[in-house]
Ligand binder design. Structure first.
Ligand code: ADP
Ligand code: MG
Length: 263
C-alpha cells in the first residue's frame, strides 16, 4: 500500500557559514520529510538554524551538504514554482497600498487585470481587510500588515507554504487571532506547510508534526506527532488535558536545549 506522498524530502542537510575568518556550523545533518497536505512545525532555540533550513528549502541559501527534494526534484538555485514564503518581518512594500501589495504575485505572473481584481477582492474579504484596500502599510497595525503578507503569498495558490515565524512580532491576542485565521484558511486548501517558530504552543496549536531541533548547530532532537483533533479551537485547545500532555512531552525535549546554554 502506498503511504502519503512526500512533498519535501530533507536528507542529511547541513550548512556552515563563513563569518569573517570563522566558520559557523548552523545546521548539522538534518533529515525529515513533509508529506502532502501536512502542517509541520520546526521549533528550536533562537539561532539554532531554523531560518537557514527554511531558506535552503526555498532556495535562498545553498546547502553545504545533503539534499532537498521538492516533489522529487532537487532544489537548485531557484525556488520551486509551487512554493510560497511568509517571513517574520512583514515584507509588505510601504509604497504600495494593501490592494497593490496583495496583487504583487499576480502581477509577476502576468494574470490579466480583471481576474487579478477578482482574486484580490476575494483575498481582502478572507483577511477581513475590507475598507483598507487603499491604505498604505504604515497606517496599519502589525497584525493587519501580517495579514497582507499572508494574503500576498496565498493569492497565487502555493501548494507548499514556507513560514518563518510569521507571527513572531505580534502580541498574544493578535497572534491567537491569526492562528485561528491561518487554521481556517488551511482547512479550506490544505497546503503543505513548513512553519518555523521558537514558540512551542504555537507549534502544537497549528501543526500535525513538530520537528524539535537542538541548539546550534541544529540537529533533529525529536519528531513529535501532535494528536489533537481538527478543526482546533485555538483558545479552548489550551485548556484541554491533551494539549497539556503534548506540551509537556515536547517541552521536556526542548527544555533540555534551553537549559544547556553555551556562551
Ligand atoms: N548569512 C549568514 N551569514 C553568516 N552566518 C549566518 C547567516 N545566516 C545565519 N547565520 C548564522 O547561522 C546560525 C543560525 O541562524 P538562523 O538560521 O537564522 O537561526 P534561527 O532562525 O533558528 O534563529 C546563527 O548563528 C547565525 O548567526
Ligand atoms: Mg530565524
Amino acid at each position: 500500500m502506498a503511504g502519503p506522498r512526500v512533498r519535501i524530502a530533507i536528507r542529511d542537510l547541513s550548512k556552515t557559514f563563513a563569518q569573517g575568518s570563522r566558520e559557523v556550523a548552523a545546521v548539522d545533518r538534518v533529515s525529515f520529510d513533509v508529506c502532502d497536505k501536512e502542517f509541520v512545525a520546526v521549533v528550536g532555540p533562537s539561532g539554532c538554524g531554523k531560518s537557514t533550513i527554511l531558506n535552503m528549502i526555498g532556495a535562498l541559501v545553498a546547502p553545504s551538504g545533503g539534499q532537498i527534494l521538492v516533489d522529487g526534484q532537487p532544489v537548485a538555485g531557484r525556488p520551486a514554482p509551487q512554493v510560497g514564503y511568509v517571513f517574520q518581518k512583514d515584507t509588505v512594500f510601504p509604497w504600495r497600498t494593501v490592494e497593490r501589495n496583495i496583487a504583487l504575485g499576480l502581477e509577476y505572473r502576468g494574470i490579466p487585470p480583471a481576474e487579478r481584481e477578482r482574486r484580490v477582492r476575494e483575498a481582502i474579504t478572507l483577511a477581513g481587510l475590507q475598507g483598507f484596500e487603499d491604505a498604505f502599510p504604515a497606517t496599519l497595525s502589525g497584525g493587519m500588515r501580517q495579514r497582507v503578507a499572508l494574503m500576498r503569498s496565498l493569492i497565487v495558490d502555493p501548494e507548499i507554504l514556507l513560514m518563518d515565524e510569521p507571527f513572531g512580532a505580534l502580541d498574544t491576542h493578535t497572534k491567537l487571532t491569526l492562528h485561528a485565521e491561518l487554521l481556517g484558511l488551511w482547512e479550506a486548501k490544505h497546503q503543505t506547510v513548513v512553519f518555523v517558530t521558537h514558540d512551542l504552543s504555537e507549534a502544537i496549536t497549528l501543526a500535525d508534526r513538530v520537528v524539535v531541533l537542538t541548539r546550534r548547530p541544529g540537529k533533529v532532537k525529536l519528531i513529535y506527532e501532535v494528536r489533537l483533533r481538527r478543526p482546533r479551537d485555538v483558545i479552548t485547545l489550551r485548556e484541554t488535558g491533551e494539549y497539556l500532555r503534548e506540551y509537556g512531552e515536547i517541552w521536556h525535549a526542548l527544555g533540555e536545549e534551553f537549559a544547556e546554554r553555551t556562551a
